[in-house]
Design a binder for this molecule. Structure first.
Ligand code: SAH
Ligand code: AVI
Length: 312
C-alpha cells in the first residue's frame, strides 16, 4: 500500500508534460547493479575521472574542508568515499562516517565492507530518501557532506531545490558540502555517455518501469518502450526518456489511473544537469551556499566543488 505523499508525488509526476517518473525509482536492486555496470563503461567517463581526482587530491580536499566527519548522500556501492576516508584517517585517528542511501541492500553491503576495512572509523548507515528524509542526518558541525557521481545533477533547478534547502537546514556554520559536478562539454561526448553501445543505460532506463510496476501494481510492459537520451543545450542537462513504440494502455491500481500511450509518446525518467563553476555557483546561491574550491581533472571533464554557507 502506497503512503499518501508518495501517491501524490507519483500522480503529480504523471500529470506533467511530458509525464515524469522520478529518477529515484531507477535504483531498485537490479537498477543499482545496472548503475554499477554503467560506471565501468568506456563511454561513461564520469566515474573514472572522479576517482582520478580523488586519487590525486583527497588530502587537499580534506585539508580544505577542515572536517572530522564525512556524510555521504546517495552513497551507492561506496567506492569513492574510501579515498577521503584514507585521507581523513591520516589526520584524525577516529573519524566518523555516515552513509545515506535509498537502497537498503547497497547501503548495508557497503557499510559492512567499510567497517571491515576501516575499524577505527565509526560508521552509521541511514536508509532514507534525500527528497523527504534529510532530517534523519541530524544537525552537527564540522562535517563534510558529500554527493559524488553527479547525483546532485539529477535534482534539476526548480523542482530539485527543495532537496538543497532541506540539506542546508541540517548544516552547521562549519559544515561543508562536496559536490560532484559533470562539466558542460561537447554534446557528442555527453550523449555517448547516456547512449552506450552495449545498451546498459537503455536497460537501466527501462528498469524504471519495473520499479514503478512493483510500487504501484501497474502493468507497464518494457517491450512497448525504448530508451532515449539527449542533451538539452538551453538547460545544459541530459534528459533520459522512455518512448512508446506501440499503442498501449497501462493500468495503475495504486493510483486508480489508466494511462494511454501512442507511438512516440514519452515519459521523462531523469535529468542530469551539467555545470561550469559559474553555473553551479548561481544554482546553489539561492540556498545560501557559495563555491569555495573547485577540484577538476586536467581535461576539465568533471569537478568536485567544495561549498560553504555564505556569510555575506
Ligand atoms: N555515489 C555513488 C552512486 C551514485 S548513483 C557514485 O558516485 O558512484 C546515485 C545513488 O543515489 C544511488 O545509489 C541511488 O540509490 C541513490 N539515490 C538516488 N535517488 C535517491 C534519493 N532520492 N534518496 C536517497 N538516495 C538516492
Ligand atoms: C547517478 N547519476 C549521477 C547518473 C548520471 O549520470 O546522471 C545516473 C545515470 N543515468 C544514466 N546513466 C547514469
Amino acid at each position: 500500500m502506497l503512503d499518501a505523499a508518495t501517491a501524490e508525488s507519483l500522480r503529480a509526476g504523471l500529470a506533467s508534460t511530458p509525464p515524469e517518473i522520478s529518477s529515484k525509482y531507477l535504483y531498485d536492486d537490479h537498477g543499482s547493479e545496472l548503475f554499477e555496470k554503467i560506471t565501468y563503461l568506456p563511454e561513461y567517463y564520469q566515474t573514472r575521472t572522479e576517482i582520478g581526482i580523488l586519487g590525486e587530491r583527497a588530502d587537499d580536499i580534506i585539508a580544505a574542508g577542515r572536517t572530522h566527519e564525512l556524510v555521504e548522500l546517495g552513497s551507492g556501492a561506496g567506492r569513492k568515499i574510501r579515498f577521503l576516508l584514507e585521507a581523513l584517517v591520516r589526520k584524525n585517528a577516529n573519524p566518523k562516517l555516515t552513509l545515506f542511501e535509498i537502497n537498503e541492500l547497497f547501503l548495508t553491503q557497503s557499510a559492512d565492507k567499510i567497517r571491515a576495512d576501516f575499524p577505527q572509523v565509526e560508521v552509521r548507515g541511514v536508509v532514507g530518501d534525500l527528497t523527504t528524509d534529510m532530517e534523519r542526518v541530524g544537525r552537527g558541525d564540522g562535517r563534510m557532506f558529500i554527493i559524488f557521481g553527479g547525483t546532485f545533477g539529477n535534482f534539476p533547478p526548480g523542482k530539485g531545490d527543495g532537496f538543497l534547502k532541506s540539506l542546508v537546514a541540517q548544516m552547521g556554520e562549519n559544515d561543508t558540502l562536496l559536490l560532484g559536478a559533470d562539466i558542460v562539454k561537447d554534446p557528442a561526448i555527453l550523449e555517448a555517455a547516456y547512449n552506450d553501445s552495449q545498451g546498459v543505460t537503455a536497460e537501466f532506463n527501462l528498469n524504471t518501469l519495473n520499479g514503478f510496476n512493483a510500487l504501484t501494481g501497474a502493468n507497464f510492459d518494457t517491450g512497448n518502450f525504448e530508451h532515449r537520451a539527449f542533451f538539452d543545450t538551453d538547460h545544459e542537462w541530459i534528459e533520459m526518456r522512455l518512448r512508446a513504440t506501440a499503442p498501449n494502455t497501462v493500468t495503475v491500481p495504486a493510483l486508480d489511473m489508466t494511462l494511454d500511450f501512442k507511438p512516440g509518446d514519452e515519459i521523462r525518467t531523469e535529468y542530469s544537469c551539467k555545470y561550469t563553476r559559474e553555473s553551479l555557483g548561481r544554482r546553489v546561491a539561492a540556498a545560501g551556499l557559495g563555491v569555495d574550491d573547485w577540484f577538476a581533472d586536467a581535461d576539465n571533464r568533471f569537478a568536485l566543488a567544495l561549498l560553504r554557507l555564505r556569510t555575506d
